[in-house]
Design a protein around this ligand. Structure first.
Ligand code: GLN
Length: 185
């Protein structure tokens, strides 16, 4: 299964490794014209303001909107959640109000053991790095995990977003879930 990984900025290599570990084939995308060819799209963590600027310059922001309309599955992690959500920094492709940097600076990064029923019994060790959260989600949004500060994993149709970094600790269950989302469709 071909997955387009938007490789303009952020922790691209860790995402590549995690998608491959889950069984996907990664296409690194830095310019327009490659998304239609892929079955899913991943937007990695990084810095959403820079990421958006680079995507606009490359015309990939418009392609993402078209990809959603065409029914492609899209997974955004951390900054990727900011880009997919609703705020002045995002494209609003998922009906979720996002707030950036809610937990403070890089030094206030933390780990949490999350209960994510769709991934099974075993808790998921999640790393939050200058993370955003979903403050409010629309009725069509399925909340998959939350912590005290807000919703940290959610899905609406074929759009999946996580506030944490699922690519860092070698647990590929969330990427496997994303690939299953594509297969099931
Ligand atoms: N704070 C970053 C932003 O708002 C996200 C951080 C991350 O992706 N780890 O874009």
């Amino acid at each position: 299964m071909k997955i387009a990984l938007i490789a303009l900025q952020g922790d691209v290599s860790e995402h590549k490794r995690a998608i491959e570990a889950a069984g996907g084939e990664v296409v690194l995308v830095k310019c327009r014209g490659f998304l239609t060819d892929c079955e899913g799209i991943v937007i990695p963590g990084g810095e959403s303001t820079t990421f958006m600027r680079l995507m606009r310059r490359a015309g990939i922001d418009r392609e993402l909107v078209e990809a959603k309309d065409a029914g492609k599955a899209i997974f955004g992690t951390c900054a990727g959640l900011v880009i997919l959500g609703r705020s002045e920094y995002g494209l609003g492709l998922i009906d979720a109000e996002v707030e950036r940097n809610v937990f403070g600076t890089q030094r206030e990064s933390f780990e949490a053991m999350l209960k994510i029923p769709v991934l099974g019994e075993e808790p998921f060790r999640a790393i939050f790095i200058r993370a955003p959260v979903i403050k409010e989600a629309g009725v069509g949004v399925e909340v998959l995990a939350r912590i005290e500060g807000g919703i940290v994993l959610a899905r609406q149709g074929k759009i999946l977003v996580s506030a944490f970094h699922p690519e860092l600790l070698g647990d590929s269950r969330l990427f496997e879930y994303f690939l299953r989302m594509i297969e099931d469709a």
